[in-house]
Design a protein around this ligand. Sequence first.
Ligand SMILES: [Zn+2]
Ligand SMILES: [Zn+2]
Length: 265
Amino acid sequence: MQFVSRAQWGATPPRSDWRYVDGTRGVKIHYEGTAVPSDLPADHSRCAGRVRAIQAAHLADRNEGWIDIAYTAVVCPHGHVFEGRGAHHQTGANGGASLNRDHYAVCAMVGDSGLTEPTEAMLHGLRDAVEWLQRDGGAGPEIKGHRDGYATSCPGGPLYAWVQSGAPRPGGAPAVQPPAPQQPTGPDWPGVYLRATTHHEAARIWQQRMRDRGWPIDVDGWFGPASAEVARRFQEDCTTHGWPLSADGIVGPATWKASWERPVS
Ligand SMILES: [Zn+2]
Ligand SMILES: [Zn+2]
């Protein structure tokens, strides 16, 4: 998966904490629904700016009152998966509270004019996003369209036909996975166990790392009960995904290492 983190595309922080979700029944597919330039597939350098524009538009939408970009992720014509609210955070895009609890929301950069047909790379990216949310976000097997259960044309005819056919990868074969990007190894463990309550520069470094990973956490160098709870949930999430850690809410060497080395995607 070609994953673009919030930090990499220049996301604005959410206005308030995301609502945590353990998991969902699956993922709903969306499209932008407005005009998307038909020459966008020729120029990936414009994609991050489009994601920033979507976030800005959502933050400016007073009717919706969104705290952030509404989507869990956005997929560009080149198949890159731009992190939106991310895994374990409730989406705002599906049309209502229960709809938002039930499914994540992944938006493809196609519209109702201009670029209306998904590219092959985009379909791979959508599958990548779904599989990422199944692996790291507790998403169930359902893949649906925004219009399933809500009155909207979204995600448009071509994408909805793909959803209804079971959202297959193009060509019917698994995509060749590009080599995983080299994960930064991160700073050495500072030699101090972060537990509630510790006030230490290392706490600030770890908090910043967790915030970059998408966890709602204050970066203040004060490892209090809220930080311990984030640590505990992170440890559980690691264990669920094959990186076993004891869920004690204490950041020792193993949790510190996982905070940098366990892939975010
Ligand atoms: Zn939609
Ligand atoms: Zn792109």
